[in-house]
Structure formats: structure tokens, C-alpha cells
Design a protein around this ligand. Structure first.
Ligand code: AQP
Length: 340
């Protein structure tokens, strides 16, 4: 029997090449050798306020982007998290076995809570004037997403590695309290592209919720915009690429090129050592656009029929629900909750 893979992407902001290189590119590769479930994690997105109409549209956009990237719904299941109620149900049961200190230590919680507080201060919006409990609980929901399907492997970018550690801790704690129930999953990071940094600030990771759109190349950015963002990327004060002394901005651009091209290290070095930054950026832009343009063409074809994506999501939910319901039933029995 094939091992199972699970991963998700939030329908928040604009999906960018970091999400693609860190996660989605791996999804496409893994679908041939594993039983894969890929999820638009909309319940995660609402941990900070989302405009309801925008969120609804974004969910379908992300699902269509998965398909445009090459996820084949005949072999992999594509689902929306809130469409399978068992995600939220298991999350509550796992919340009850998770020490609060584990959650308070999460670096993403600290960063996102600070980011949200800044936003509240700037916008002076009384209605949203607090950091929601959902931000703290987010990694438990993520653990539930994964453990629900007894996934063996979780392909993610490096920023999610800490949450995966926590998922393992929660699974092990549950197993030791109630008996062996969950598969303890392994994290799968890509060898290149696990943490793509912001183009305008290579000290920060490329992020959907970045203040400036110049930080990321969106998967749906018009090619001219994508090129302009790359040409403006921060490099450093040296005149040319020096592999023995790479600044973070240059390293990031080389990493983006390598992750798209899949060139080995020695070819990268031979080709780029001594190149001027303007030429490096031009080549990075060409490489990114050579992937982005056909990708965007497939996206246009997929979204031309609005009922197609909804149909894929419906059959995905039908396919995975028996697995999810089975796990919830077992967990309820183990915990002594009511089952018939
Ligand atoms: N910069 C990145 N480099 C490599 N991988 C990345 N991922 C995110 N940013 C990078 C990976 O993309 C997958 C989906 O991410 P997510 O939707 O769960 O959101 P996130 O991890 O919180 O990342 P974002 O894009 O920066 O979103 P916001 O700004 O909304 O927080 C994950 O596997 C993630 O590791």
C-alpha cells in the first residue's frame, strides 16, 4: 500500500513563487508515488480577519492554482478544509491534549500576533482590536489536518518545520495517553527553495501578507510585473557574483533560479560566477517567466469553466471523508467520547 502525503495552502493573499518552490512543486512530484491529499486550508486563513467575499473567491483561486501547477485530480485528492467537518472536530480533541506552553513558543504565532497588532494600531479598528485565539490554536488545527489522514509525509516550506515538530509532539502525546492511534508524520523540505526570501528584503521570508507587493512574485502576476520586481530585487555592494562571498539577496536570486531550473551546484557556479548583477537578474527573470507564462495559460483554461474546480473539490471531499470519519471515530472511542 502506498504511503499517504498531506499538505495545505492558506487562501490568504497572493500565492507566490515561494509557496510554489517550497511546497506546491513538491506536491506535483509526490503525487505519482504516494496517495496524496492536498488541501486549501480556509479555516487557517480566518485566524486573521478575511473579507468574506474575497475569501470565497480565493479558495477557488488556490484550488485552480494547484491544478494549473500540475496536480492531477485523478490521482490526488484536492479538498477544502472546511468542507470536511472532521478537521475541526479532531482539532478540538487535540486542543485538549496540547499544553498551552507548546503553542506560546511557536515563532509564527509570535510574529503573526505582532504583525496583527501593528495592523490594528495603524488602522485603529476597534472591532478587530485583539489578537484572536485562532492564531494561537492554528498549529493544533494543522496537526489535526495531518493526523486526520494518518499522513506519513508532509511536504512544506521551512517556515512550517516548527509546526510539524509540534504535530509530531501532539501525535506522540496522544498515543502515549490513549494508546497507539496516530501515524507520526515526517517533514519533507525541498533541497533548494525551502525558504525563498523577500526580493525587497532578503532578511525576511517571501510572504503573502508582506506589506509591499515588491517583496514577492505572485503566481498570477502579469509577466511584465514579475520581471520588474526581479529587476528591482535587493543585491549587495559587490560588483558581481562571487560564490565565495555571497550576500543574502544574491544568494536568494541564485536559489530561485536553481529551484526552477534544477541545475546542479557545479553548473550554477560555472555559469554565474563573476556575472554582473544586472545580467543575473535578467536570467532569473527569464527562468521564472519561462515557468510562469505556461502556468498562467493553464490557469486561464482551468478557470474558463467555473464548475470544473467545484466538481474536483466535491469529488475530493467524497474520496477522503471515509478516512477522516474513521480517524475521528477511533479517536472518540479512545478518549471515551460517545459513539454508537
Ligand atoms: N518564502 C517561502 N519559501 C518557501 N516556502 C514557503 N512557504 C511559504 N512561504 C514560503 C510554504 O508554502 C506553503 C503554504 O504556505 P501557507 O499558505 O501555509 O502560508 P505561510 O506558511 O504562512 O506562508 P506565507 O505565504 O508567507 O503566507 P502568510 O503571509 O499568509 O503567512 C507552506 O508549505 C509554506 O511552508
Amino acid at each position: 500500500m502506498k504511503q499517504r502525503v498531506f499538505s495545505g495552502v492558506q487562501p490568504s493573499g497572493h500565492l507566490h513563487i515561494g509557496n510554489y518552490l517550497g511546497a506546491i512543486k513538491n506536491f506535483v512530484k509526490l503525487q505519482h508515488d504516494y496517495e496524496c491529499i492536498f488541501c486549501v486550508v480556509d479555516l487557517h486563513a480566518i485566524t486573521v480577519y478575511q473579507d468574506p467575499a474575497e475569501l470565497k473567491a480565493k479558495i477557488l483561486e488556490i484550488a485552480a492554482l494547484f491544478l494549473a501547477a500540475g496536480i492531477d485530480p485523478k490521482i490526488a485528492s484536492l479538498i477544502v478544509q472546511s468542507d470536511v467537518a472532521a478537521h475541526a472536530e479532531l482539532a478540538w480533541m487535540l486542543t485538549c491534549v496540547t499544553p498551552i506552553g507548546w503553542l506560546q513558543r511557536m515563532t509564527q504565532f509570535k510574529a503573526k500576533a505582532a504583525q496583527w497588532r501593528d495592523k490594528i494600531d495603524t488602522e485603529q479598528d476597534d472591532q478587530l482590536a485583539s489578537v484572536g485565539d485562532g492564531l494561537l490554536q492554528y498549529p493544533v488545527l494543522m496537526a489535526a489536518d495531518i493526523l486526520l489522514y494518518q499522513a506519513h509525509i508532509v511536504p512544506v516550506g521551512d517556515d512550517q518545520a516548527q509546526h510539524l515538530e509540534l504535530t509530531r509532539d501532539i501525535a506522540q502525546r496522544f498515543n502515549s495517553l490513549y494508546g497507539d492511534t496516530f501515524v507520526v508524520p515526517a517533514t519533507k523540505l525541498p533541497s533548494v527553495g525551502a525558504r525563498v526570501m523577500g526580493l525587497d528584503d532578503p532578511a525576511k521570508k517571501m510572504s503573502k501578507s508582506a506589506q509591499s507587493a515588491n517583496s514577492y512574485v505572485g503566481l498570477l502576476d502579469p509577466p511584465a510585473t514579475a520581471k520588474k520586481k526581479i529587476m528591482r530585487a535587493v543585491t549587495d555592494t559587490q560588483p558581481a557574483v562571487d560564490f565565495d562571498n555571497l550576500g543574502p539577496g544574491v544568494q536568494n536570486l541564485l536559489g530561485i533560479f536553481q529551484a526552477f531550473s534544477e541545475w546542479p551546484d557545479d553548473r550554477m557556479r560555472n555559469h554565474f560566477h563573476g556575472k554582473r548583477y544586472g545580467d543575473l537578474k535578467k536570467e532569473v527573470a527569464e527562468m521564472v517567466l519561462s515557468h510562469l507564462e505556461p502556468f498562467q495559460e493553464r490557469y486561464r483554461q482551468i478557470t474558463a469553466d467555473p464548475s470544473y474546480v467545484a466538481g474536483v473539490l466535491r469529488s475530493g471531499a467524497e474520496r477522503v471523508s471515509p478516512i477522516a470519519n474513521d480517524t475521528v471515530r477511533t479517536v472518540k472511542q479512545r478518549m471515551g467520547l460517545y459513539t454508537e
